[in-house]
Design a protein around this ligand. Structure first.
Ligand SMILES: [Zn+2]
Length: 109
């Protein structure tokens, strides 16, 4: 189930990033305009113009994925914490002891 969600998300971002979603939506508008007016070959001033102000899908396609820089900062901080928590601790074989019992006090020269 998790892989299906990831595959769908990757497919959506590919479609959105390549512009295929906007192309398909513009084609849908063109079909609707062609069906509404019988003289579709001539483009006159009565042909509706679709943009972000009059179409919710256009507005959603053009909005940024991250609305605020604070969100990007929080994501980067979370990635840093995840990266640091994944660092492996030093193994015991290379650990430096804080005190060596077999040695005597330092010699005076
Ligand atoms: Zn639209």
């Amino acid at each position: 189930m998790k892989r299906a969600v990831v595959i769908v998300a990757i497919a959506w971002f590919v479609v959105l990033g390549t512009g295929a979603a906007e192309y398909a939506h513009n084609a849908q508008h063109a079909r609707e305009d062609a069906n509404s007016s019988p003289r579709s070959s001539r483009r006159d001033s009565s042909t509706p113009v679709h943009n972000d102000s009059n179409c919710a899908v256009h507005a959603q396609l053009h909005q940024p994925l991250t609305a605020m820089p604070v969100v990007m900062l929080l994501i980067c901080a979370g990635l840093l914490v995840a990266f640091v928590s994944q660092l492996a601790p030093a193994p015991d074989s290379v650990r430096i002891p804080s005190r060596i019992d077999c040695r005597g006090p330092p010699a005076l020269v």
